[in-house]
Ligand binder design. Sequence first.
Ligand SMILES: [Zn+2]
Length: 305
Amino acid sequence: VSEARVVGVDVGGTKILAGLVTEDGTIEALREARTPQESQDALLRGVEETVESLIDDRVVALGFGIPSRIDQRHGVVIGSVNVPLAGFRFRDHIEQRFGLPAQIDNDGNTAAIAEWTCGAARGATDVVMLTLGTGVGAGLVLDGRPYRGFLGGAAEIGHMVIAQGGRLCGCGRRGHLEAYVSGGAADRAAAEAFGPGADAVHLVQLADEGDATAIALLTEIGHSLGVGLGSIVNVLEPEVIVIGGGFAAAGEWLLGPAREAFAREALDPGRDIARIALAELGPAAGMVGAALVGYELLHAAAPRA
Ligand SMILES: [Zn+2]
């Protein structure tokens, strides 16, 4: 069975990243394609072509990380913000198309599963991961296994309230963590302070050059992140909190103030247990995790004695 391979697919808002992945998370082949945004059919064709190009005799399952609200129990994509997928029986469609077992998961979960299996949270049993991108993705590993809630929609930590009645979030509600600490939120803060065209990348560059306004903005964002992490630790008591996504490139400008606010909000002993670490796997984490979800499906179908 060591010859068995899974194709993992990360369906992102701008690109589809697919790979032939071994069970320990090693990438043997990689494909990248632009995400067709015109329609659901176009998106599916793009995904299927990418998968097709990686399939060989060794492939025994397919795993998908999707930036959507998911009913994993029934393999259904309920709705999405950044891709044209809604009310669609994704798993059935893919299984019929390729004649292979398939599983879907939220892209925040797949990134967390990858960092837990072969990244910054290796060996831990209780892990929280936040992915700071356009929005805030998140995933949980609790008691040594991925935690997804009843249907598969859990871990929407980006939509945790940190300021009642606060800033408008991408989901249309107010005061959610995502509205304060995402790369998108940092883009908006940068444009407000430094004019249109400035974004989170500029913000970090300016901070590196010693710009006081940029440092103050990143400090404020870091504090909001720390407040959120404090609440998460008070609820879940994880060993490791992994921070990934493009905006994690802000590094200590973000994590320094986050640790400070975190130490104020989190209760002991959770406060002293939780280690806040930067993600190690980079942009491939979601794809590798999607493949690992495929392996998880195989083991669930054929439990070992
Ligand atoms: Zn929200």
